[in-house]
Design a binder for this molecule. Structure first.
Ligand code: ANZ
Ligand code: ZN
Length: 814
């Protein structure tokens, strides 16, 4: 009787075999040419693993296995981003110590990874919450401190009262906490910052060299850094004892249209200007109200503009006119200079404001071919045009005027070219327990002194209540220490670092994870880095991915690494959704990895998440899709075990169509893996299997095809292929076989014409390579201009594809 496919019997067996035989150990000696460093964003171990994670990790695992098969030496490690708020919260809620909670989670996640058949080298495991790791995070902090890149400041922080901590700007999304979704308030306190703004230009410039990164991620980083070129101009204050207001503008060309000015409510000059005047009290009240207002609302275009006249005037340096000084909600202190010249004719926010408070609107740029009227315009004109009402500059194109005016201001000493960035310094201090302690001691005599001994260990005995002051501040033994410099009594800093600090350098540590001499082994880093392929969620586009780039650049400047971009290629997998929603850790979506592994095994799960759609797009979970993959494996199994063990192989006589197809498939799968188009690679393998199943094939061809399928499928479904490889009498592991080559001539593409129909009527023809996968043909047909035109607004109910022949799109008749 033929034995059926039973994943339970084979997956665990091979997992042990791989580990026992040291399959995934990274060699310590490699040359740059022969290495591939393939890296997943290491795991943040709160909650359990769901199929969304499984997809991301599987994608990376395929790349790793494929590179290894090509003969590269592989570094493919996994570790734990193990500090962080969820552990504190679990402690408060369930009374488990964060260290124990984290340990349990790590053990569970390690098991998930093993059961998924991942190629990680577990001897290289690192965990950010271990003293042997975080002592080096602290060491780096002190280097930053020495270089003036870490500083402490009393400032308004983004306070999340649910998480009881401040957050970095990057962690505030639409005014809410990225973690818990509560409204973020402003709260002033002492905070630590990293001076990432010093690197703004280099962070931008580096993006231009990252050809292996998705464009969308680079765009997000560029926008976040937000470089604006413009000018700073001085507006003298009338009766102001020679003082001036400095503004930042990207539109110096509009200066003749500046009919009033606005100071941010937090601007240091504001209260000075109104002191002792009639509006003093009302301006004061306004300022107090604005300080409490939500910053994100203030910035938003939809928010009603409001403001107040200070009673004071400034002089427009170009027109010589007196213009009123106002304060208003929409001017923020932390951008540019915190003050603006308002040009209502050419800036919508200023126009809204001017209409509300009946301030004058003066057009200074006329668009080509029409005439604007300042009295009645309702929309600001922001386009190009010729200067009017601008003295000697009249008639110039506005871009030339901008330069000429800036030059003039510079010559007079009242202005200069300037650049502003939207990027702010990175706030890294957190008022919670489970993180890397900041290794600084505060001494009344000496000020801030670096801790003399690292690591500054996180004490185990703390009271975690989720309320009140930072938990570390209540641990007296921890807080009260002698000053490392003068020996007098001093206090330790009681903040811990943002976990994004821990993860900003872990990829360097992996090159030699147990190195004890320094933060990382510089020699090993030279060999293994930069990371050749990095894989992880796009939600990190402007957090982790920018911080890690920043760290790398600082380390480059310190001479510790010889490259300044850490990740050569980046891939950001789409999410897995269920019923159209992102799978969440908190909701029980019934798609936990464990359940799926119990029901179908790792190979089926991996194949499904890799096959069900292009890896960069979101994917909807489908039980039927999973069943389909399970059936495919069973079909392969049956065909393989039915082959006689002494099956003849090789070509005898004329080359069959099946054999040609096999070569075409090898070529396609190879090309698709290189492009990370795993879904089409798998579907080509499925089609090859289908072709092998037809009756008229030569047994020798079928035997070769089955071998080839096993070799091609191995990175995707590592267990069943290993089993079949051995059953077919081959020696050695399938994962050690060289990647199959193809015969170029046999693989050469035959082209076929596929007709495209809508409701059975011929609408287009496409010439495509023979053997093109169904979903590719489908996409190509839907992309055709002719078809798109015909389909406009009609609802597709079904698409039938007959490979190499036809596509029929069935639509509802409307
Ligand atoms: C005069 C002007 C005229 C402006 C005009 C725009 C259009 P980006 O592109 O984002 O850099 N601005 C400057 N500092 C500000 C602050 N702290 N709060 C709110 N707004 C501020 O934006 C630069 C423009 O935003 C600046 O150029 C300034 O308005 C405004 F027709 O100056 B502009
Ligand atoms: Zn001291």
């Amino acid at each position: 009787m033929v034995e059926e496919y039973a994943f339970e019997k084979i997956e665990g067996k091979w997992q042990d075999y791989w580990v026992d035989n040291g399959f995934y150990k990274a060699p310590s000696e490699v040359s740059k040419e022969e290495k591939r460093y393939v890296l997943d964003m290491f795991a943040y171990t709160s909650g359990s693993m769901h199929v969304g994670h499984a997809r991301t990790y599987s994608i990376c695992d395929v790349i790793a296995r494929y590179r290894k098969r090509q003969g590269y030496e592989l570094l493919h490690p996994m570790g734990w981003d193990a500090f962080g708020l969820p552990a504190d919260m679990a402690a408060v809620k369930r009374g488990i110590h964060p260290a124990d909670w984290t340990k349990d989670n790590i053990a569970r996640w390690r098991k998930h990874f093993t059961r998924l058949g991942m190629t990680y080298d577990w001897d290289a495991e690192i965990s950010t919450c271990q003293p042997d790791y975080y002592r080096w995070t602290q060491w780096l902090f002190l280097k930053f401190f020495e270089r003036g890149l870490a500083y402490r400041k009393y400032a308004d922080g983004n306070w999340c009262s649910d998480c009881q901590t401040v957050l970095a700007n990057e962690q505030v999304v639409g005014g809410r906490c990225e973690r818990c979704d509560s409204i973020v308030e402003k709260k002033p306190l002492d905070q630590w910052f990293f001076r990432i703004t010093d690197y703004a230009d280099r962070l931008l410039e580096g993006l231009d060299r990252l050809d292996g990164w998705p464009e969308k991620v680079k765009v997000m980083q560029r926008n976040w850094i937000g470089r604006s070129e413009g000018a700073e101009l001085l507006f003298p204050i009338k009766d102001g004892d020679g003082r001036s207001i400095e503004v930042f503008t990207t539109r110096a060309d509009t200066v003749y249209g500046a009919t009033y000015m606005i100071l941010s409510p937090e601007h240091p000059l504001l209260l000075d200007l109104v002191r002792g005047t009639t509006p003093e009290d009302s301006v004061n009240a306004f300022v107090q109200r604005m300080k409490r207002a939500d910053r994100f609302d203030r910035e938003s275009a939809e928010t009603e503009k409001e403001g107040m006249f200070t009673g004071r005037y400034a002089v427009n340096p170009f027109t010589g006119e007196d213009i009123p000084i106002w304060t208003a909600n929409y001017v923020l202190m932390d951008y540019g200079t915190g003050a603006i010249m308002a040009v209502p004719a050419h800036d919508q926010r200023d126009l809204d404001f001017a209409r509300k408070y009946e301030l004058p609107v003066r057009v200074v740029i006329q668009p080509p071919g029409s005439e604007l009227d300042g009295q009645h315009m309702t929309e600001a004109y922001t386009g190009i045009g010729r200067m009017v009402n601008s003295g000697a500059f009249d008639g110039l194109p506005n871009d030339e005027a901008a330069e000429a005016m800036t030059r003039e201001a510079q010559a007079k000493g009242t202005g200069r070219k300037a650049v502003s960035f939207h990027l702010r310094d990175w706030c890294i201090s957190r008022q919670r327990y489970w993180g890397t302690p900041i290794p600084i001691v505060h001494c009344d005599e000496c000020g801030m002194v670096p801790a003399d001994e690292l690591p500054v260990e996180l004490p185990r005995d703390v009271k975690l209540t989720g309320k009140g002051p930072s938990p570390l501040s209540l641990v007296e033994d921890f807080v009260n220490v002698p000053c490392p410099r003068c020996g007098g009594s001093a206090r330790r800093d009681t903040d811990t670092m943002d976990t994004f600090v821990d993860s900003s350098w872990y990829f360097l540590r992996f090159a030699d994870p147990h190195y004890t001499e320094a933060t990382f082994n510089e020699e090993a880093v030279k060999r293994w880095l930069p990371v050749d392929q990095y894989v992880g969620g796009v939600e990190h586009a402007i957090l982790h991915l920018m911080y890690a780039r920043f760290f790398t650049k600082v380390l480059f400047d310190m001479g510790m690494v010889d490259f300044d971009e850490p990740f050569t290629n980046l891939f950001t997998p789409g999410m897995v959704t269920k019923d159209g929603r992102k799978i969440s850790k908190s909701r029980d979506d019934g798609v936990e990895v464990d359940d799926m592994l119990n029901k179908y095994g790792a190979d089926t799960l991996r194949l499904f998440v890799l096959f069900a759609g292009p890896p960069e797009r979101d994917l909807e979970w489908s039980d039927r899709g999973v069943e389909g993959m399970h059936r495919f494996i069973k079909r392969l199994w049956r065909l393989s075990v039915a082959l006689p063990s002494d099956a003849e192989k090789g070509v005898d006589g004329e080359v069959s169509e099946l054999r040609r197809r096999m070569h075409r498939t090898i070529r396609k799968v190879t090309e698709d893996i290189e492009r990370i188009h795993f879904n089409t690679a798998i579907s080509a393998i499925i089609e090859l299997l289908n072709a092998a199943y037809t009756e008229e094939n030569e047994p020798a061809d079928v035997a070769d095809v089955v071998d080839t399928i096993v070799l091609l499928l191995a990175p995707f479904a590592p267990h069943v292929t290993e089993e079949l490889w051995h059953r077919q009498g081959h020696s050695g592991s399938v994962h050690h076989q060289p990647w199959p080559g193809f015969d170029a001539e046999m693989a050469s593409r035959e082209e076929v014409t596929v007709v495209v129909q809508i409701n059975g009527r011929l609408r287009d023809r496409m010439v495509v390579p023979a053997g093109m996968a169904e979903d590719e043909i489908r996409e190509l047909a839907l992309d055709s201009e002719r078809i798109k035109q015909r389909l406009a607004n009609r609802e597709i109910s079904r698409i039938v594809v007959v490979p190499d022949k036809l596509v029929n799109i069935v639509v509802h008749n409307s």
